[in-house]
Design a protein around this ligand. Structure first.
Ligand SMILES: Nc1ncnc2c1ncn2[C@@H]1O[C@H](COP(=O)(O)OP(=O)(O)OP(=O)(O)O)[C@@H](O)[C@H]1O
Ligand SMILES: [Mg+2]
Length: 474
């Protein structure tokens, strides 16, 4: 019990963030402390040993000799060229406080120490990582200089490579290490959130079977969020499935009484004679029942498509020919409204899919174009290949759809108020069915206005479908 609570506390994101940043802060502080300690330790000054005194005097002599040979060369140049003296030689001009040396790779405190400290006799100065002996008076080119000899002390508690590392590189190392730790921490925190985001997007797109099983065994807040998302997806999937089932069931159940009504109606038609008033009502009832029948068929088809119960009868067929024959049929209907159909179709495009389903989807869009077109106008139909995708575009010169509703026309039962007012009928299910049918073929469908004109801008419905591998490219 106690262990479980402890586990839950430590796996909480809040504690993780706190501990993570704390550890990083402690590491950063320790490293910074260590680096600054290197510079802040005080100098230790002790009496010089006899051996060092001798070493100084000997080096001074060698220098005097070297300078007597090289009369014209600058002081630093002679120092650097002198092979018989050790590296780490410093010559200070006591009057100007100027320093000459044969080395550059030394802690930055050395020049300051040499410049600031005034000694009447030679001493042994130790600063962290470095040891200095001097001053020893030496006369070069008639001028008195103070000679110092320095040497790096290898510290045993610090690895050699760190001691030899330039200061800039040490700071860089601290930055890299802490940076890497912070990156790992943020990656650890952000990765599950990214997964959650993409899962939420998938659910939003309608892929309701998306789940995050790896979050079920996580106890922190992110785990809880993942579990909540899984639960929400479960609920959503169930309720949408139930809704679709209900729509399917109702449509199915309505069919039988409707069929019986149609049957009775035909019986009445047979038995009644010479009553024009009754005739009129019978025709009316017949039209309404057939409209109802049509609506129920469409609702059933949509429900099957949405619940993926619709059996796909896939085969490879010639999409160009299908479109041409649909255009022929549409032209026949269009003649009544003096509508001409202009076709621009690439020949012989093959497609693998459900011929009947795709045919009814395209037919519905063509029917819409005919239904909503004004008289004496033109409808254009094109089939092209673009970026390895088949593009079918059907445009009319009708009133179009208000841009704010242009996405809604693919929703079931959506009809613009003008369409509702029409006597031409229509249930508002055609585009929803077409859209599902196109999605079942891994395609995409959308609509846009054909022109920017205020009066009759026309509507274009664009369908893209994946190109079959054996489709000839244009
Ligand atoms: N070419 C078009 N021009 C103008 N409005 C259109 C066009 N196509 C569709 N619409 C609008 O989109 C709505 C939905 O179209 P959809 O095809 O789904 O239904 P419908 O045509 O009304 O009925 P049916 O279910 O018989 O097809 C239409 O009612 C109409 O308001
Ligand atoms: Mg329609």
């Amino acid at each position: 019990m106690f262990l479980n609570r402890l586990k839950a506390t430590f796996s909480s994101l809040k504690v993780k963030i706190f501990l993570g940043f704390w550890i990083i802060a402690i590491i950063t502080m320790s490293i910074t402390q260590w680096v600054t300690e290197q510079y802040n330790e005080n100098e230790k000054i002790i009496e010089i040993t006899k051996a060092d005194q001798l070493h100084l005097q000997l080096t001074a002599k060698k220098l005097v000799r070297n300078f007597s040979k090289e009369k014209l060369r600058p002081i630093d140049g002679v120092l650097i060229r002198s092979r018989n003296i050790p590296r780490g030689i410093w010559l200070k001009d006591p009057k100007t406080n100027r320093l000459h040396s044969n080395t550059a790779q030394l802690p930055f405190r050395i020049p300051r120490t040499i410049k600031e400290l005034e000694f009447s006799h030679a001493v042994d100065i130790t600063i962290p990582g470095y040891n200095l002996i001097g001053p020893q008076e030496v006369v070069i080119r008639d001028k008195t200089y103070h000679l110092f000899i320095g040497k790096i002390i290898q510290r045993k508690d610090i690895p050699q490579f760190l001691q030899q590392m330039p200061d800039g590189l040490r700071v860089f190392m601290v930055l890299v290490i802490t940076g890497m730790l912070c990156w790992v921490l943020s990656w650890y925190l952000i990765r599950p959130l990214k997964k959650l985001t993409s899962a939420t997007k998938l659910i939003g797109k309608g892929e309701l079977a998306t789940r995050l099983p790896e979050f079920e065994n996580r106890f922190d807040e992110v785990g809880q969020l993942g579990q909540a998302l899984n639960g929400m997806a479960d609920k959503l999937e169930h309720s949408i499935a139930a809704q679709q089932r209900l729509l399917g069931d109702i449509s199915h159940e309505l069919r039988s009484p409707l069929t019986r009504m149609q049957l009775s109606l035909s019986m009445i038609e047979k038995v009644q004679h010479n009553n024009p008033t009754l005739d009129k009502y019978i025709v009316r009832v017949a039209t309404e029942t057939s409209r109802l029948d049509n609506m129920i068929s469409q609702a059933l088809q949509l429900s099957r498509l949405e619940s993926q119960l619709q059996q796909m009868h896939n085969s490879t067929f010639n999409l160009s020919s299908l479109l041409e024959s649909l255009i022929d049929d549409a032209q026949f209907v269009g003649n009544e409204k003096s509508i001409s159909i202009k076709a621009d179709i690439i020949e012989n495009i093959k497609f693998f899919g459900d011929h009947q389903l795709l045919s009814s989807a395209i037919e519905n869009i063509l029917n819409n174009a005919l239904r909503y077109s004004i008289n004496d106008s033109q409808i254009s139909v094109s089939l092209k290949l673009k970026n390895h995708k088949i593009r079918i575009i059907i445009c009319d010169q009708g009133p179009g759809v208000d841009v704010k509703y242009i996405k809604d026309i693919f929703k079931p039962f959506f009809r613009t108020s003008e369409a509702r007012d029409r006597i031409s009928g229509g249930t508002g299910l055609g585009l929803a069915i077409a859209s599902r049918a196109i999605h079942c073929h891994q395609g995409h469908i959308y609509a846009k206005l054909a022109t920017t004109s205020n009066e009759n801008p026309g509507l274009c419905v664009i369908m893209t479908l994946p190109q079959a591998t054996d489709t000839p490219s244009s």
